[in-house]
Structure formats: C-alpha cells, structure tokens
Design a protein around this ligand. Structure first.
Ligand code: DLL
Length: 434
C-alpha cells in the first residue's frame, strides 16, 4: 500500500515531465474555469483574454489573480466550477477576518486531496503498519478530514480524535500505541507539555512521528516538541481554498515542504506590485489548482510569505520545496513602522529556553504604538526574586531588539498563565484595529 502512495514515478520525475504535465493540465483547466465560472470569465475578458491565449504553463502570468476579496464577493456559490449535484462536501475557513470562504469538492477532488495527504504521511515515514491519531479539528476545518482520509487511504489504523480533551488524547496515544500524531504544532506542544508533567519520558511514548501544520511554527519549536515526545516532527501546509492540508509536505530532509506540483502550480510574487519574482526569492506565494473541479482557483494569492527552493533533496523527490512560511502578510504587524512577524519573537523566546507560550499586545497611545509581550516562564524559571526577574526581562528585551530592531516591553508571567491552544494559536491582540 505504501509504495502506491510514494508515487516515485511522479514525485521524483524529471522536471521536463512535470512541466509537460502542467502544460497539458493548465490548458484544460483554463477552459474548465472559463466555461463554468462566469466571475472569472469576466476577469479574463476584462484583460482581453480568451482560453486560447493560454497555450501552456509559461502563459500563466497573463491570467488575473484571485484574492480572498474575490472569494468573498462570490460567496457562497459564485466560484463553483461543477454542478451542485456533483459536489459531495464543503469545508470552510474560520472567517475570523470577515465572511467565511466556502470551498466545494467533487468526489474526484476528495480523491486527489487524500492522495496528497497520503503522500505526506508516507514522506513522514508512515505505512499501513501505523496507528495514526488525527487530533486536528474535524468539521468545517480541513485538518481533521484531510489527514483522516489520507491515513485511511494508506491503510493506517486511523483514530479520528479531533482536537480537545487532552487527557483523553494521551490515554488513546498510550492505549492504542499511536505511532503518528497529526495536529497543530501549538496543540502538539500542549500535549507534549502535559505528558511531561504527567511523568512520561520520551522513550515511554509510543509516537514516532508528528505531522504538524495549519499555522506558522519555528525550528526551535520543532526541536522542543521532538525532544519532549521523542519523535520526528514534520511540517505540512495547505489552505481551504486549494483543498486543505497536503498542498505541500515535508520529507525526511525536514527542510522545506515539497509542493505537489502535479496538482498545484506555484509562483512567488511581490506582494505590493503583483510582479512575478524569480524562483528562490522571498515573496507572496500564489497557487493555481491544476485539476480541482468544484473550486478551481487560478492564481490564488495566499498572502503567505515564503521562498521556493529547487535544490536537490536527499529524499529523491523533485517537487519544488516551499520553505517554512514566515507567516501571512496579514499576520505581519507593523509596529512603529517596523515589520514584525510573531514567528521571529517565537525564535528568540525558544532560543533562550522559554516555552512557546506568549502573547503580543499592540496598542496606540497618543499616536504612538505600544508593543508589549507577555512571556510565560517555565516552572524551573519561576521565582519571586525580583532581581532575577528584572535581569531576565532585560535579557529578553535586548535579544528581541537585536532580532526585530525595535524595543518591546516584556513582562514575564507565571507558568500556565497564558491559555493553551487546541487548534491554531492566537498570539496577537492588536487593539489598534478596534
Ligand atoms: O490550515 C489547512 C491545514 C490543515 C494545513 C492542517 C495544514 C494542516 P486554513 O484554515 O484555510 O487551512 O488556513 C490556511 O494557514 O494560508 C497559512 O497562512 C496557514 N498555514 C497552513 N499551514 C501552514 C504551515 C489550513 N505549515 C492558512 N506553516 C495558510 C505556516 C501555515 N502556515
């Protein structure tokens, strides 16, 4: 079963073969969208384009972008590319920053999506011998169902836990001897912290691998989770608009995620001008789904900032790698005119031995931005010695200033004072928008 989902003939194919496949698929997909999505047909017409202008993948830059704004305008059925009777499921984004986006799937879409997550599981070393505990949320969120369907396809014993009830998660990991854990990195860190508190040492924990994604997480956080649970932790990337998890996945190299290039064409653009950047430069990642039927997005702007790499990978896969996203361009804070990504703060904290439990609070007082960071101490650090706390705070302020270029007010707080997350962590409170 496993060999079927390490699809070497395609995942390790020479570049020319992938391009030939993409050429063929893009021509078909543009016709499909033109014929089934009047909204996008109009965007193309506004640019004076017809499907005949797209003769291969090198013509893709002629096509208009789709942004979240377009999807909101099309809510709920305006981007539908297949008759409703052929659609079998929906998923939806959390909608924290506006109207939800609803993505639709035909049976074929679900089939290709679970191929992608099965590939991710194989790349993390899983096979039909494994017990896979899926602790991403099930429901409108794509994480639970996405990994679930890939694990079932691969023939793994699949445990559909969903998120939450951490004691029960730990009980199942132990009782069923789960070998692979799938959840957000912040929930993995929470499970790891709880297991450590309950006295588990890494060698007593049956897990061997974790597939963690859906939010930005640092290398330092990876090392912490790996050490506490005694596993290898792999990153996985995706978004609802394109299917869900499995658009890109990490392999044994653990250094960037291979994009499933037979299903998705990836570009990097300058987020300000929309200009296509040379491969390898950092910018906003744009994806085209090459064979989605029900929700066929061409040149979708993700707002995620990353960089692509075609360096030869030790795993043998030839699919381009997308390096760990820094975060979304809309996660990026501009504080006193300086760009700040929460992931940079996380790197500093973890390097100095703090847990990844922190909260960033930004406000504006008398037309000046204020920048506070609450940082949780580990139980070992906890002390009521004011001198020691002050020294620690000073050290953090200085390390953060080196990383960010601006000064933050750091306040150390006691262990367990910052709420843990069972899904995507909310680390920023920006009061300026209210
Ligand atoms: O988060 C799909 C997913 C589920 C991916 C489970 C991986 C694992 P959305 O809720 O639509 O979909 O959010 C998509 O999450 O644009 C990124 O900003 C962020 N994101 C997803 N994976 C990663 C990752 C799912 N590995 C948005 N690293 C994306 C950094 C990620 N950010």
């Amino acid at each position: 079963m496993m060999e079927r989902y390490f699809q070497k003939d395609i995942e390790c194919a020479p570049r020319e073969q992938i391009i030939a496949l993409q050429n063929e698929k893009i021509v078909k997909q543009v016709h499909h969208v033109w014929n089934s999505v009047p909204y996008y047909k109009k965007l193309m017409q506004d640019k004076g384009l017809t499907p005949d202008d797209i003769k291969g993948i090198e013509d893709i830059h002629k096509l208009p972008f789709i942004s979240k704004k377009d999807l909101r305008e099309c809510y709920p059925y305006g981007m539908l590319g297949a008759p409703l009777k052929d659609c079998v499921r929906i998923h939806s984004t959390s909608g924290t920053t506006g109207k939800r986006v609803i993505a639709f799937y035909t049976r074929n879409d679900l089939d290709l999506w679970s191929d992608c997550t099965a590939r991710a599981l194989v790349a993390a070393g899983a096979s039909d011998e494994d017990v896979v505990q899926v602790s991403y949320g099930y429901g409108l969120f794509t994480g639970g169902f996405g990994l679930n369907d890939g694990a079932v396809k691969l023939g793994c014993l699949t445990v559909p836990m969903s998120s939450g009830n951490t004691d029960r998660q730990i009980m199942f990991i132990n009782d069923l001897k789960a070998t692979v854990l799938c959840c957000t990195p912040s929930y993995a860190a929470y499970i790891a912290e709880t297991m450590k508190e309950q006295g588990y040492t890494p060698d007593q924990i049956p897990l061997k691998a974790g597939i963690f994604g859906a939010e930005a997480w640092s290398e330092e956080m990876r090392h912490d989770i790996e050490k506490t649970l005694g596993i290898k932790a792999y990153d996985i990337y995706g978004l609802t608009e394109l299917s869900g998890p499995g658009v890109a996945f990490e392999c044994s190299d653990q250094n960037g995620m291979h994009v499933n290039e037979d299903h998705f064409y990836v570009e990097t653009i300058d987020p300000e001008t929309g200009e296509v950047l040379p491969e390898g430069e950092e910018g906003e990642i744009v994806f085209t789904s090459l064979d989605k039927e029900a929700f066929p997005l061409l040149r979708y702007r993700t707002r995620d900032i990353s960089r692509l790499s075609r360096e030869k990978c030790s795993c043998g896969r030839t699919f381009v790698k997308m390096m760990k996203p820094k975060g979304r361009s809309d996660d990026m804070l501009i504080i006193k005119g300086v760009n700040v990504f929460p992931s940079q703060i996380e790197t500093v904290l973890l390097n100095l031995g703090y847990p990844a439990n922190y909260q960033i609070i930004v406000d504006r007082v008398n037309n000046t931005d204020t920048f506070d960071i609450l940082v949780e101490m580990t139980p070992e650090m906890f002390t009521d010695d004011i001198g020691e706390i002050t020294a620690r705070q000073k050290q953090l302020v200085s390390a953060l200033k080196d990383m960010l270029g601006i000064r933050a007010n750091v306040k150390l707080v006691g262990p367990k004072t910052i709420a843990r997350s069972e899904g995507k962590a909310v680390r920023v409170i920006d009061k300026r928008k209210i």
